[in-house]
Design a binder for this molecule. Structure first.
Ligand SMILES: Nc1nc2c(c(=O)[nH]1)N[C@H]1C(S)=C(S)[C@@H](COP(=O)(O)O)O[C@H]1N2
Ligand SMILES: [Mo]
Length: 440
């Protein structure tokens, strides 16, 4: 059962009137999306959706803001920090409305390196194609986020944080009459390491990435990282059912708060007529949800699954061996909030594999690792390079995406389940890179 009053609490109008301080162009002649993010390929200018344009983003540890993808359901709002607040409602001793000043300075400060990836990354490789933004490989980046541990705020205001509870977090940018961008995050994870983040790579979060404050859920798919947060609601269940669909809705009968939690971001095979809604689920890890199809029909996109990307050589690039006669293949790999065990690289389109070695910084468990693979005696001509990661539980990226007729709900037979919305693609062959070797 959902709890707590809905109407009139914390759902502020998304946009402040004047905006000359936060760097959003707001259509007033400031720099365009293209100018602000020279490293991105634009999928739609409004709402702003853009992904890393080049493979080279996946050679470095930290992704600069200019190369960090943007995924918006509604246009980036124009917000003044001094006007913004975040309310805490539901099962708490004291309901409050926190200013940015309080969020920043009344609690401690923490940082986390997080590989953020859109659940739709790799969607364009689905066959048959599915609707939505046609992300290729570039809707993922690794950045340092700084903010306030949500656990401290919950503790201070006497929130009920028992096992199985949820913190439902809402964005404030939706245009009138649209569904509120809302995610229900399991309390266990909230208490563990989530932040209300106001800083990205040491600078204020940019308007497009959630200024002045976003939820940061380390290791979990991008959709859980609610931007422009203006309300957090403590509940016994996820948002589900009539109370959250109608009461307090901009228009009666709208899904309002449930859309982005229950209808969207679910693994739905071809045969299902939409996703089944749950109040709670026994496991939160996405990979484990997919395995437990007797309990969960349609996995929720929470923790990210193991994945890797080659950053060098880039797609279509012509490269020549070093004086030592080798080519160093470089890339990144991640596994949500689980650890990585290994990365393998194939230089012959997946027929044979050799183990890569990790290098570069290690900062917590939710940031990616860089890997390198020394390709000995590459022959001149065309080659297909692939990489595959294995996490510390032994889960390995599958080779391909299944046929819809297979009606898969989990990763099986070296195949990623084709699903109606194209979520979670971690198959390695669609992400392979074609390059040409010439004599040096
Ligand atoms: N309020 C709000 N939060 C949001 C979204 C949104 O549209 N509105 N998009 C989500 C999705 S689907 C993703 S993948 C990430 C993208 O974060 P980024 O734009 O900073 O890369 O933000 C999430 N948070
Ligand atoms: Mo996303």
């Amino acid at each position: 059962m959902a709890t707590g009053a809905l109407a009139g609490v914390g759902v502020l109008a998304g946009c402040a009137e004047s905006g000359d301080t936060n760097g959003s162009d707001g259509g007033d002649g400031g720099p365009s999306l293209e100018e602000r993010y020279p490293g991105l390929r634009i999928l739609s200018p409004e709402p702003e959706n853009a992904e890393a344009a080049a493979r080279s983003t996946y050679t470095d540890y930290i992704t600069p803001r200019e190369e960090h993808y943007i995924r918006n359901h509604y246009p980036t709002p124009d917000i003044q920090e001094s006007d913004w607040s975040v309310s805490l409602t539901g099962l708490v001793d004291d309901e409050v409305d926190l200013s940015m000043e309080e969020i920043k300075h009344s609690f401690s400060t923490d940082s986390v390196t997080h590989t953020m990836q859109c659940a739709g990354n790799g969607r364009s490789y689905f066959d048959p194609k599915v609707g939505g933004n046609q992300w290729t490989f570039g809707a993922v980046g690794n950045t340092v986020w700084t903010g306030t541990p949500v656990s401290e705020i919950l503790e201070y205001y006497g929130a009920e944080t028992g096992e199985g509870y949820f913190l439902t977090v809402m964005g404030g940018e939706h245009p009138e009459g649209e569904d509120v961008f809302t995610r229900s995050i399991p309390m266990e994870k909230v208490l563990d390491d989530t932040l209300l983040a106001y800083n990205m790579n040491g600078s204020p979060v940019s308007p497009d990435h959630g200024f002045p404050v976003r939820l940061l859920v380390p290791g979990w798919f991008g959709c859980n990282n609610v931007k422009w947060v203006n309300r957090m609601h403590v509940m016994e269940t996820m948002v589900i059912g009539d109370e959250w669909e109608e009461e307090g809705a901009p228009e009666d009968g709208q899904r309002t708060y449930t859309h982005w939690q229950q209808y969207s971001y679910r693994i739905v095979p071809e045969e299902d007529d939409g996703a089944e809604h749950y109040e709670d689920i026994p496991v939160y890890d996405t990979r484990e949800q997919m395995e437990q199809t007797d309990a969960i029909n349609n996995a929720y996109m929470y923790d990210q699954v193991e994945k890797s990307l080659i950053g060098y050589p880039g797609e279509g690039q012509t490269v020549s061996p070093s004086p030592a006669g080798t080519i160093e293949v470089i890339g990144v790999a991640w596994a949500g909030d689980d650890g990585l065990d290994m990365v393998e690289v194939s230089t012959d389109g997946g027929d044979s594999w050799g183990e890569a070695e990790f290098f570069g910084p290690v900062d917590g468990s939710s940031g990616w690792r860089q890997f390198r693979y020394v390709w000995e005696d590459p022959s001149t001509g065309d080659h297909t390079l692939a990489s595959r990661a294995t996490d510390d539980r032994g889960y390995t990226q599958p080779a391909t995406i299944s046929d819809p007729d297979a009606q898969l709900r989990s990763i099986a037979d070296d195949q990623y389940p084709w699903n109606q919305s194209g979520y979670g693609n971690n198959a390695y062959m669609p992400h392979a890179v074609d390059c040409t070797v010439e004599e040096s």
